[in-house]
Structure formats: C-alpha cells, structure tokens
Ligand binder design. Sequence first.
Ligand SMILES: [Zn+2]
Length: 818
Amino acid sequence: MKKLLLSFFLLSTTYGISQTLLSPSDFLGYELGSEFTRHHQVVDYYKYLAENASDRIKLVEYGKTNERRPLIVAYVSTPENIVDLESIRLEHLKNTTGQGSPTKAIVWLSYNVHGNESVSTEASMQTIYELLTSKSSYLENTVVIMDPCINPDGRDRYVNWYNQFKNTPNNIDPNSKEHHEGWLNGRSNHYMFDLNRDWAWLTQVESQQRIKVFNQWLPHVHVDFHEQGVNNPYYFAPAAEPFHEVVTDFQRDFQITIGKNHAKYFDANGWFYFTKEVFDLLYPSYGDTYPTYNGGIGMTYEQGGSGRAGLGVRTFIGDTLTLHDRIAHHLTTGLSTVEVASKNMEKLNREFKKFYQNKNFKYKSYVLNGDPDKIDAIAALLNSHEIKYGWAKEGTAKGHLYSSGKLGTLKTTPANLVVSTNQVKGTLAQVLMEPNTKLSDSLTYDITAWSLPYAYGLEAIASQSLVESDPSGSREPQPTKGANVSLDTYAYISDWSSMKDARFLTALVKENIRVRFAKNPFWAEGKKFDRGSLIITKGDNRNHKDFVETLSRIAQYNKTILTPTNTGFVEKGNDFGSSYVPMITDTKIAMLSGEPTSTLEFGEIWHFFEQQLHYPLTILDTEYYDEVDLSEYDVLILPNGWYSKFFTENKLQELKDFVSNGGKLIAMEGAIRAINGEHGFAIKEKEIKKDSTENILPYEEAEREDIKNAITGAIFKTKVDQTHPLAYGYGDHYFTLKLSDDAFENLETGTVVYLENANSHIAGFAGSEAKKKITNTLVFGVEEVGKGQVIYMVDNPLFRGFWENGKLFFVNALFMVK
Ligand SMILES: [Zn+2]
C-alpha cells in the first residue's frame, strides 16, 4: 500500500483540482478480469479511492459478516454533494411525507449478493472508477451508493476455491474442475442462507446491518447485480409478470425507460440480452421487490456466468465467455442506470413523492392478537423495517379474520398490535401483512404466500376501516420481568409457547439446571398452565451450587415470567412428583451435512441452533459418517436431501438400530423419502393414480398445464393433535407453508399435524391436482420404533428462518418428544 501510494504521487497529474486516480488494474497490479480479486483487496481499493478522492467519496463500514469481513458502502458524487450529503439525505426523506424539495437522484448499486456470481464485485470497481473519472458528469445531480459486495463470506469462499482449483493457464473446457464448485459453494452466506431471499425477513447479520443504511436512504433506483447460467444472454429490466398489484404504473414504465437505454449500448456492441421473462416482482424479500415496495425502481440484472464460468468458459455455441466480457456488461448497465437516473432526476423525485402519498389500500388496518412473546417478535421485525404500529383500544374490530378466512370480528384490547397502511411504510406493511397476495400470473419464480400473521401464529383482522390505536403503547402492564428467585420457593413455572421460552430452556440446560415439563395441563397459584409448561424445582437442583443466582440471571436475561409456587400439590392435574412431569435431559444432537443433503436446509438448521436456539450441534459430514458411532448422540437430524444412493441397505439398518435402541431421528422433507416404507419404518409416500384419459395438449400449453400439479409456497390450515408432545405450545390448528406437493400418508398413530381437506388452502398458489393430492396427508408426525422415535417433517418449519410459528415444533422434537 505504501509503495503504491509513493508511485501514485510520482505519477499524479492534475485532474481539475483532484489528482489522477489509479484504475482498478493499476491499483491491483493485474488487469481487471485476469484474476479474481479477494474481498480484502476490493476493500483496499475502495479505501484507496476514499483517501485519494476524499472530496467525492465517503466510505462507511456498516457492519461485519459472520466471518468478520467488513461490509462497506461508498457514497459517490461531486465534491459539492458530498459536503452536503446529510442535507441531501434529509431533503430526500422529507419527500416521503410530501414535504421538501429534493434536487438529487439517489441510485443504489448492490453487487454480489450471491457470492459465486463472481463478476459483480469486479465490475463494481471499474464502475466506481468510471463514475469518478469519465462519467463524473452524471454525478452533478445524483448520489450513487455502492455496496461492492453484499455477501463477502460467500464471495471469498468462491474466489479462494477457484484460486485453489483453477488450471494454469485457466482452462475453458467446461468439464474441468475449475468449473465445478461442489456442495459448499459460494452462492450463500456463512450459514448457507440466500441473502437475496432475506430482505424482508432479516434473519441474517448482513441483511440486518444493511437494512439500517437502506432505510436511511430509500433510493430512487436500486440494482441487484447477479449472474445466471453460462449460456444465457444478459437479462435486464423490465421484469416479468407477475408484478405485485402495489407496483405503480410509473415503476413499471421506468423499468422500460432504463431497459431501453441499456439496449442502446448492447445493440451498439452486438451483445445479446432478454427482458420481460423469468424474473418477476412478487416475493417481497428480494433485492428488486423490497426496494420497489419502498418506492424505488428495484431491478435484477443477470449476466451469464456465475460459479461455472471461472476466468473463461466455452459456451454451447462454441464461443468463449470471459470474465472480461462479464465485467464489460455489468459495467455498461451500471453506468447506464446512473445515466438514466441523472437525466430523469426531477421525474424520479416527483414520482417518489407520489408513491408515498397514494395509500388507498383496501385494508386500512391490521389488528394482531395472541401470545405476547409472538407479538414482541413481530414488533421487533416491524421496527427493523421502520413500520409504525400502535396498541388497540377496548372495542371490536371487524374485517377479514385470518383464522377462518372469512369476515369476522375480534374483541380488541390494549394488548393487540395495530398496523395501519396510512403511514410512510404503508405499502411495505400492506405487502407483508395482507392475508392473500393477488397473483396476476401463477408462473412465478418463488413462493406466493408469506402473510406475517400466519408466519407468526397470530390471530388477525384485516379491517377496511381505520382501527384507532395508541402509538405510545398503553399495552397491558407486563408482570415484573424475571422473578425474585429464592431458596424458600418450592418450584417456578414458565409457560411454553414461543422461541423465547425455548431459549430460556436451552440456557438452563446448558448451565445444568434441571427442568421438568408438564405432559398434562394443570392449575397452580390460581392459574391454568398448558402442556409443555416448564417446572424448575428446588428439589431437583439441590446440588447445583449457584441455583438461585443462575435461574434468576437466565430468567432476567430472557425476560421470562416465572410463577413461583410453594407446593408441588397442584390444584388440578398432575403434581410435580408425578411421572407425567418428566425431566428434560441434556441432549446431544447431530446433523448430517455434505452431499447429498440440501445446502440450504442444512444451513437453516445450523443457523437455527447457533443463532436462534443457542444450543450446540455436531455437524457430521457424509464423507466420514460411516466412521461415527451414532450411539454417542441422542438425536440425528437428516435435512432435506437426495439420499437414494447414500442410504444403502447397511446404512438403513444402522439407522433402524439407532432408533430402536432409543435414538431420535428427525427426517425432513426429501429425507423422508430415503426411509419411505423401508426397514420397518411406517411412513409411506402417497400414491396417486394418473388419469389416463387426459387430453393431449399442444406443446405451447404444456408448461401452464403442469402447474396444476404444483404448489409454489402456499399457506394451508392444518389440524393439530394438541395432546402430543410434538405440539406443546400450539392450539388446535396451525398454518403451514407448503413448498411442494410432496405427500405422505398419515401415520396410524402419531399423526400430530395434518391436512384434512382441500378447503385447507388459505393463500398462495396451489394447483388443482396438487390440492387433491395433499388432501388427508401428514405434515408432522412421530413414529415409535423400539425405544426410540422417528419425527417426520414433511414441511420445513425452518424455511428461510422466517416462519416463526413453526420453530417450536422443531424444539419439541428435540426436547419434549420421548
Ligand atoms: Zn443471483
């Protein structure tokens, strides 16, 4: 760095009042596109620019990744604008309330959300360089915010892997190892989460830290740079149907304006591209939809390449696609975007203001009722999105009742959270809360239902008239947090209804506090406690040297409400000495990873244990699974996967022995198929008879006809056997997010959560044939095998980490089922 600076000063000539800046190639010491640049070098280049063009760049580190890499954004504009940055920002935000007179366009460019779509970050360096030099005129009325890498952990995973396995010189033969990344690829972040599915749910540290900066700016235009298959031409706006109905005409039209400007440059170069296909604007957790629902023009740009392309690869028509080509294309669309924004600054500001004024939604308010822990959890998410809410008054709200899907009423109290759509973030609130998203086309790229009241397990009313609420919160007074734990008390009771309660339990277990749970409801201290309630007795913990201090500390940390009682003789139900009040044991848990498991589901479970439940997990890779003594573990988790080759006869017998001897096996989604009807496991996939009289269809209609058999992430209402330990903490129904039409028969005994009939479909797209197929099938169930159990999870309650109300089933499977 020192040396570079020295040579830089020797080379420097005057450029206006500032000095000549080194291009990425000059700074890095190799031609951009001839190597992949590791993240720390990218950060160094941005720092170099910020130091040497400090009047035109402001660099901010907004956080760190799981692997401690810095997350940065650079604000790029003219010296006048950079000095004025804070007042530009405030003036821009005033526009959301109909005030202010902003005179700048705000463009945000996000690179490399998918780590192995590796061109993006390289392109960002050339783009910022051009903005500071040849294209600086765009900046006179425009502030460009550049995030060179949203996902540094994933990108460095790819770049390091590529550097290890590349041929020298690189080999364009697509069969060579350098084009085959393998199981732990660079697409996702540390926990294998897809950050381009996380903008709305904010389960990952990268998203949580980025959203704060994003909300400080709410850009007019946001671009998410991606890559797709090697043989695909470039994709840019306008996006494909379905569009969410909240997308405005202007937002649609401006995508076309931008697309046409890109096309001009691509046409001049003879480059191929396509628009209006594949990438739709519906699911709210993408880098294009989320900014769109916040008033911007959100777009996905896709270059052909990604983890398959390396420095160069032969395409199917025999051409060579190089990293240089890929950089040139993303550079072109990035600059063209800024150009269009700059030319349309006034229009962007005018329309942005309009977006925030028109809030004439069908539903004016959403009222949420339910478990206070779940209300707290959803309130925390609303806070992150800066969606405002208040607390209801005593009264009645009428509207669409979520539990029935029909018109209904809800008695309201100050414990009910109210979100209204007549607020700055009204559009986003509408998209996240509405009971059923309207689909203009059922062929979509992702899930079609996500309504938060279902995800959080709350009863809700969507009201067409405004429900008054108190923003300052006159919510029912909370009982004193924690409790004065003392040795005089016989026992303490906590309810069992949420992830908060689950974290309280794991914290106790980790500190060797003995905890019991109730298998039946009971009455104590004049209150009813449901199944699963935790009971911590003085007697059990007689030998724990810091019992009082530890329990008190953990209860306070988790804000757990403990009910003290001075007797084990309950008013009704089983006394605390009963065998119906068993102890929760320290549980050793292992999970299978590696080929052929699903990286995404593996990551969801990994993240769940470490970042949500805070409980240790052993990760067993399939490479050495054979050498592991399974009897060391109480629970083995098989994530979704494609196991048919992996589970040989011998391995299935070992699994059977593990369970028969008292082990617990949790088989999720595709893993169920591996043990389907084998070796005495009772689970059976539902067979469906194909109608042989089906019409022969024209080729053109085949794809649309196929979707009759599809479920693209839809919400279904299920029945729950509340008496089963797997269902402790739940009511008599549960809303599940179904991701496919996979269907397994109900178990003879141990069917806990199941779909009764076709009326159970609540929201999202489900094809007519698929609905028939899943009628009367299993969602979650427990089979007793010898001394152990197999827990079947046909749906994934940990999907993308956002289906909050499904998580307790998973915790019950770990600790309550025995
Ligand atoms: Zn991508």
